[in-house]
Ligand binder design. Structure first.
Ligand SMILES: Cc1cc2nc3c(=O)[nH]c(=O)nc-3n(C[C@H](O)[C@H](O)[C@H](O)COP(=O)(O)OP(=O)(O)OC[C@H]3O[C@@H](n4cnc5c(N)ncnc54)[C@H](O)[C@@H]3O)c2cc1C
Length: 523
């Protein structure tokens, strides 16, 4: 790809027949240079297609002109899959449609710019919802959810986005269109041909994929080769491909019944090992959530002097938030009783909340840290560069120890919390950006944690995707054989490398923090 060196003024005219908006103006490009994560990259142009035909026209035009495309919906993605030096392709503005919910089949047809909140509002009228629940759901759109295989606190029970996508309409790298539907042979000749080549490739490497695939409960790193091998459904391969294999222009999502009643157990632990073991026991009870905050988080909230609404004792190593759900208060009380019995003698203290207000008070502890971090005085910046690692649940305590030791070695305080039931932790290191060498330290942490996570049998992306940030870690996490298969899959779908280059698969010489948006002192 040569587009990054192209001066915007020298840009080729927008594609013939293109009905959408197209701009090379600096102000417009700057708008698309930012995202919710720590990176920044100014695109060379911005295209806002009207519909799927327009997307196909842009793809053909980009292919003819040797340009890269960076698809994007709401821009809340964390690792920079939504930014890049290519042409930013806005698949949000004109892709907001949600068809009427099919309540009988529990499905809904939608376009990739529909947000999770909008889809859930439409589904709620039928007592339904989309179960994976990223906490960014008020803004995040289905293009991003599908591309990242997004997840949330209820994924421990309901799985991530992939499980709930029935079909996707895509534009492929040659500008042709295709639909992939679960359980149905693909009609489109180009996608059929691609899948035949992928199938032949995977057959050669099946043993390595079976042997080396991470045994994690959820994953958004690499391509979902094992899931695709198991189902034979192209949907499984396309979900989680972060805009690097195809562009999603529509999808059918499956919905589930809303359970009306909830209860919450708050479990305190003074021993990290016991907390790790407790997660295993809790999973046997099929909880609706099993969230965790660790000592770093608890100390931050307690030491802030603010009232968290729940007494946070000294010496706590972890707190688990176990939600149960059901159709009646009696059922919920019964489920909570099972949690309490299972945790007696395991947790140091168990507190139960059945009524809504009390549950909200408990959850407040979990939600108190973000505003505190945002308000933290001084020169420290909360940066998400190891924010999404996932390990097998029985290695959770080891993973927390690895994080604490690595961060301490580099003098970085951090806040650790996340989806313990899925072995997926969010980590916000607090970086002093006035300290010379902070960027090198941060990058060293990325590589050291990646080595450790690989040794624990995990990946660096439980739900956020690899993006640009984690593409350079692909070999460390997946090993040479599977990383080579990922590259071969990409080349079959996108031989010219025009769809989101540098995402999932690294470009030569690419490093995690190349596009970091914070100024580096002394340079
Ligand atoms: C405060 C906050 C909380 C968050 N909480 C969670 C959470 O709980 N769980 C979770 O999983 N994530 C979470 N995220 C991350 C993020 O919100 C999700 O990854 C989300 O699904 C991204 O959606 P988006 O519409 O913003 O996508 P974008 O950021 O626009 O794009 C994300 C990726 O999808 C690709 N893409 C977008 N549209 C298309 C398309 N139509 N076709 C092909 N590729 C496309 C992009 O190229 C990019 O690689 C959080 C983020 C923030 C800022």
């Amino acid at each position: 790809m040569t587009e990054s060196s192209k001066h915007p003024e020298a840009f080729p005219a927008p594609p013939a027949g293109f009905r959408g908006a197209f701009s090379v103006e600096e102000a417009r490009r700057t708008e698309f240079s930012e995202h919710s994560g720590i990176l920044r990259s100014v695109p060379s142009a911005v295209a806002v297609p009207e519909d799927a035909d327009d997307v196909a026209a842009v793809v053909r035009w980009a292919a003819e002109n040797g340009l890269a495309l960076v698809p994007r919906s709401a821009g809340t993605g964390m690792p920079g899959g939504n930014i890049g030096p290519g042409v930013a392709l806005n698949l949000m503005t004109n892709f907001r449609r949600i068809e009427p919910v099919d309540a009988e089949r529990r499905t809904v047809r939608l376009q990739p710019g529909a947000t999770l909140a909008e889809v859930n509002a439409a589904a709620a009228a039928h007592g339904l919802h989309f179960p994976p629940d990223p906490s960014s759901g008020a803004r995040a759109a289905f293009g991003g959810l599908i591309a990242n295989n997004s997840a949330g606190s209820h994924t421990v029970r309901y799985g991530a986005t992939r499980r709930w996508i029935e079909s996707v309409d895509v534009v492929l790298a040659d500008g042709s269109r295709a639909t992939a539907t679960r359980g149905t042979p693909v009609d489109a000749p180009r996608l059929r041909e691609i899948l035949a080549r992928v199938d032949a490739l995977l057959a050669e490497h099946r043993e390595a994929i079976d042997r080396d695939w991470p045994r994690v409960r959820k994953n958004s790193s690499g391509y979902a080769l094992r899931e695709y091998l198991e189902s034979g459904d192209a949907v499984d391969l396309l979900v989680g491909s972060e805009g690097t294999l195809a562009l999603v222009t529509a999808a059918t999502a499956r919905l589930d019944r809303i359970r009306p009643c909830r209860g919450l157990a708050l479990l305190e632990f003074t021993d990290l090992e016991a907390a790790g073991a407790a997660v295993h026991r809790i999973l046997e009870l099929d909880p609706a959530t099993c969230e965790m905050i660790d000592r770093t988080f608890i100390d931050l909230v307690r030491d802030s002097g603010e009232d968290p609404g729940y007494p946070l004792r000294e010496g706590l190593e972890a707190i688990l938030f176990v939600e149960v759900e059901g159709d009646s208060r009696a059922q919920v009380a019964d489920e909570l009783g099972r949690v309490e019995r299972a945790m007696t003698g395991v947790a140091d203290r168990v507190s139960l909340a059945v009524d809504k207000e009390q549950q909200e008070r408990f959850w407040h502890v979990r939600h108190a840290a973000s505003p505190l971090i945002a308000r933290m005085a001084g020169q420290r910046v909360s940066m998400q560069f190891i924010e999404d690692g996932v390990v097998p649940v029985d290695r959770l305590a080891d993973y927390i120890r690895l994080l604490r030791a690595t961060l301490a070695r580099h003098g970085l305080p951090a806040v650790i919390f996340g989806h313990a039931g899925d072995g997926n932790l969010h980590v916000n290191p607090l970086v002093d950006v006035t300290k010379p060498g902070w960027r090198e330290d941060a990058e060293a942490v990325v590589y050291e944690v990646a080595e450790g996570v690989a040794a624990l049998g995990g990946t660096m992306a439980g739900e956020h995707g690899d993006g640009r940030l984690r593409a350079p870690l692909l070999r460390t996490i997946w090993g040479d054989e599977i990383a080579d298969v990922f590259r071969a899959v990409k080349e079959i779908f996108d031989p010219a490398g025009m769809l989101n280059p540098g995402v999932i698969l690294p470009l030569p010489g690419q490093r995690p923090l190349d596009a970091i948006k914070y100024a580096v002192v002394g340079r």
